[in-house]
Design a protein around this ligand. Structure first.
Ligand SMILES: [Zn+2]
Ligand SMILES: [Zn+2]
Length: 133
């Protein structure tokens, strides 16, 4: 389904093709730090299912312990995280930051990832199926 979103200050706007079954919470420590929050909620796009309609995000390339690189895109003015995507050529699946989607209330997460680093004061999240980190 086609969704629209944007950053807090309005400099960045986008369209994304999202499967509502492919929305997750990530409890990994990188997501905690990069989001500045307890966890991150992510909606994955279809391959190349992301189009900027306004503005250009700043990209920070995160290098994982495995050496794998991943782009982290955010608004250069207000800092809202917009998406993560693989580095390099080829069709890309984008991990959209659900808090920037206009229809975020209609996109509840279906799974939780990296529960080993889940903060233990978080309440249970209903039907979201736990996946071990
Ligand atoms: Zn902004
Ligand atoms: Zn994560």
């Amino acid at each position: 389904m086609k969704h629209t979103g944007g950053c807090h200050c309005g400099r960045i706007e986008y369209e994304a093709e999202i499967d509502p079954e492919d929305v997750i919470i990530c409890h990994c420590t990188d997501c905690q730090t990069l989001s500045g929050s307890a966890y991150r909620t992510v909606a994955f796009t279809a391959p190349d299912g992301f189009t900027l309609t306004k503005g250009h995000p700043t990209v920070y390339v995160k290098v994982a312990d495995s050496g794998r690189e991943r782009q982290q895109a955010f608004c250069p003015t207000c800092g809202s995280p917009i998406f993560a995507a693989p580095v390099g050529e080829g069709p890309k699946v984008y991990g959209i930051r659900v808090g920037t989607l206009h229809a975020r209330t209609a996109l509840p997460p279906k799974k939780e990832y990296y529960c080993d680093s889940r903060l233990d004061w978080l309440p249970e999240m209903g039907d979201a199926a736990d996946m071990p980190g």
